[in-house]
Design a protein around this ligand. Structure first.
Ligand code: ADP
Ligand code: MG
Length: 742
């Protein structure tokens, strides 16, 4: 089969043999190396963001001040103000080459959505007309009928509204010379129900702010503070594969993961890739990605190789959670968009390759006042130290009480391959605190402040509560939820996931704990609080919390069998997969929690549960169908060709008067294997065809019947891969995919 002219390497390779794909790969690499290299230009930092600096320059003083009050203090925005802001935004966008604008939002698909309208149109008299004013800035009405709503909105009632989120700066996207003004928005139905991931996130941030402020008031540390915000620094792991090879793998193309692939002799066992030097092609790609992200104001900072061959990480400096979530979506989109320019394909899937490390999105989370004080940063002074311990214990309590909900917040078909698979955090949610903090927590429980000096850092002398070293330096990669000095790192989040939902859950469960703590302390100290009263009240409350919830603390090896047994003994939930985890969203406990903090109504929560289950069913069904078609149209034909070769060799030998029982046996075994593949594939086809009107029942069927049938097909196909002649194997192998990259 002929290769195309190389402009789009690989697009004609869908049925090419492995060797043709490899040839195209080296060709495209050659072309890329000749022409690539990101050009750094001066002044690209945040050049495409309508941020505070630009607004200050372009808005009248009082308009700017009022807008800042909306952004920072949550004050409502008046229509006249919106008109002025819209005019300035439009002028700025057009000056920068924009022709269109879009309300940019995060529907429940987990992706972002946009519908473009032009900023100016010809007026028919030789001039231009613009309809972009305050009302177009503040709200839009995209046809929402095709977005999943989980039954919240019947398709015939297609109206959905987008509402400007002024706290997340508008930005420009550039694609082949087309510049578009993107306005971050929330997306709600005509009844006001949230149809997106951002609305509940913003509500959860309000909830936690309100409760955290009560705690600060008790400690008298609220002076000058008007809000407590949550911060997020998401680290994104991803794989890069050669784009031509990607096109030769229908499974990567359709499912973003390999459904077949025998393990190569060299995987990650040498651990020579982690933090290794970055190849020229990959570095050029990363620099290009960073340049684009900087233009849009995304503060990416770190880049390095990850554990598996072909795996990388990109991490930003943390920001306010809703902005960080928007930026996280831009990071994922930019990785995908830029890779083809470098002859690469970015795979964000949690588990593109079996037997090789998967990808996560480490969710670094903290709480901070709007004056910049990190509330999870231990301080020198005993007083604020006590406040730190209150926030710490609030997190411990929340994670223990709602471990099931946290687990559900990261459940997906793709993350199932990672969690609990002995190389990623287990599906059991526990907290890593490190020895030092655990020791302090123990002391809170016994009420005795021992003088435990570790590394000379603890001073428990005359103080009523222990001194805590600012950086204990402990690390534990096996924990799903780790305290890392001044923040928590939720490591079980999946790499393809939007950060918005797990953070919505985190904020809400911790808001509930802060509410519980504030209520108890307010009662204990009464109308005339004194320092002594507060200390006593805090001490006895924290003691109670630690007693009740310390079972969730675990500093050991989360990957070990022993931990699974120990966790079961402690009564910690172990929701092994999506099908076990998602029903948590339907429990009364979950419904009450979200309702109480006005984050999600019962209907809104149910709609999410529906959407997630449906997505699970669809995703695995697509995988199963892709698998069947790859067996039938690629693997079986190649295996039969190989079988013919073997048979011809055996009969040629017999014709020549040589009888080889061993070769005959090889042929017989091979034929058996091919028969086995046919049978297993037929079995998979049968279970995949099963349909159930009830999505959760269908999901259970997928778990108990479809996934095992897929595993059975794969086992035989992977065995065949090790036997079929390499020139006949119809697709690039793991070795090709993992090690060929510029
Ligand atoms: P690691 O060793 O886990 O890679 P880093 O220090 O590089 O740790 O930080 C990882 C991420 O944590 C970065 O995105 C960083 O901005 C973020 N981070 C640091 N402090 C905070 C905080 N207070 N709140 C949220 N995220 C934070
Ligand atoms: Mg980290």
């Amino acid at each position: 089969m002929a290769l195309d002219n190389g402009n789009h390497p690989g697009t004609s390779l869908l049925t090419a043999s492995r060797h043709e794909a490899l040839a195209a790969a080296s060709k495209s690499r050659y072309q890329q190396n000749g022409s690539s290299g990101a050009q750094r230009v001066d002044g690209f930092y945040a050049a495409d963001v309508f941020n505070e600096r630009v607004m200050r320059q372009r808005l009248p003083k009082d308009v700017f001040r009022r807008l800042m009050e909306t952004i920072h203090l949550g004050k409502p925005l008046r229509a006249e103000i919106a008109d002025v802001v819209a005019a300035a935004m439009k002028e700025w966008a057009i000056e920068n080459g924009a022709t269109h604008y879009t309300h940019w939002f995060m529907p429940l698909t987990g992706l972002t959505a946009e519908k473009h309208d032009s900023l100016t149109i010809p007026d028919g008299k030789g001039g231009t007309l613009s309809e972009f004013g305050g009302s177009a800035l503040v709200s839009g009405e995209p046809d929402a009928s095709s977005f999943p709503s989980g039954g919240l909105r019947a398709t015939f009632e297609a109206r959905g509204y987008t509402a400007w989120d002024p706290t997340s700066p508008a930005f420009l996207t550039r694609s082949d010379g087309t510049v578009t003004l993107c306005i971050p928005t929330a997306f709600v139905s005509w009844t006001g129900e949230a149809l997106d991931k951002k609305t509940p996130l913003l509500r959860s941030m309000d909830a936690i702010s309100h409760q955290a402020m009560r705690v600060l008031k008790l400690f008298g540390t609220d002076a000058g503070v008007s809000r407590v915000i949550t911060t997020l620094g998401p680290e994104q792991e991803y794989f890069l594969v050669d784009r031509s090879l990607y096109f030769a793998r229908p499974d990567l193309l359709l499912c973003e993961r390999t459904l077949f692939g025998a393990r190569p002799p060299k995987g990650q066992q040498l651990e020579d890739h982690y933090f290794g030097s970055i190849s020229a092609t990959v570095l050029a790609f990363m620099a290009d990605v960073e340049r684009e992200l900087y233009r849009m104001g995304v503060p990416v900072k770190t880049r390095h190789n990850e554990v598996a061959p072909g795996q990388y990480e990109i991490a930003p400096v943390f920001e306010t959670t809703n902005i960080a979530c928007d930026h996280q979506m831009l990071v994922m989109e930019t990785l995908k968009r830029v890779a083809p320019r470098h002859g690469l394909q970015a795979l964000l899937h949690e588990k593109p390759f079996a037997g090789v490390n998967g990808s996560g999105k480490h969710n670094n989370w903290s709480l901070s006042t709007d004056t910049g004080v990190n509330l999870l940063d231990p301080r020198e002074e005993a007083h604020t130290n006590m406040q730190f311990l209150v926030f710490l214990c609030a997190v411990i309590r929340a994670v223990d009480l709602h471990a099931d909900l946290l687990r559900a917040s990261i459940a997906s078909a793709s993350n199932d391959h990672r969690l609990g698979a002995n190389e990623a955090p287990p599906a059991i949610i526990s907290i890593f605190l490190g020895d030092m903090l655990t020791d302090i927590i123990d002391q809170l429980e016994t009420g005795r402040t021992r003088r435990t000096i570790k590394g000379g850092a603890l001073d428990l002398g005359a103080r009523t509560l222990p001194q805590i070293p600012r950086d204990s330096g402990d690390r534990n990669r096996t924990s799903p939820f780790a305290f890392t000095g001044n923040k928590f790192e939720f490591r079980a989040v999946g790499s393809t996931q939007s950060s918005a939902w797990p953070n919505t859950v985190l904020n809400t469960i911790i808001a509930e704990s802060l509410d519980f703590i504030a209520t108890r302390l307010e009662k204990a100290v009464g109308a005339r609080p004194t320092e002594a009263k507060l200390q006593n009240a805090v001490r006895s409350l924290l003691k109670e919390i630690v007693r009740r919830h310390k079972r969730v603390i675990f500093n050991g090896d989360g990957y070990s069998e022993k931990w699974h047994a120990e966790a079961a003994k402690r009564g910690l939930p172990n929701l092994k997969d999506t099908v076990e985890a998602l029903p948590v969203l339907r429990t009364k406990k979950a419904v009450d929690l979200f309702k109480r903090y006005k984050v999600l109504s019962k209907a809104e929560l149910e709609s999410r549960a529906d959407v997630f289950v449906e997505k699970f069913v669809k995703q695995v069904t697509i995988e199963a169908e892709t698998m069947i078609s790859m067996v039938r149209t690629m693997i079986l034909p190649a295996a039969l060709k190989h079988q013919t070769r073997l048979a011809q060799a055996v009969s040629a030998a017999a014709d020549a008067g040589v009888s080889s029982p061993s070769q005959r046996e090889m042929l017989e075994q091979f034929v058996d294997l091919v028969d086995d593949l046919r049978e297993k594939t037929a079995a998979l086809e049968e279970v995949t065809a099963h349909h159930d009107a009830d999505p959760l029942r269908h999901a259970r069927h997928i778990k108990t019947a479809v996934r095992p049938a897929m595993a059975a097909v794969r086992a035989v196909a992977d065995e065949l891969e090790t036997q079929v002649a390499s020139d006949l194997w119809p697709m690039p192998t793991y070795r090709d995919l993992l090690f060929i990259k510029g």
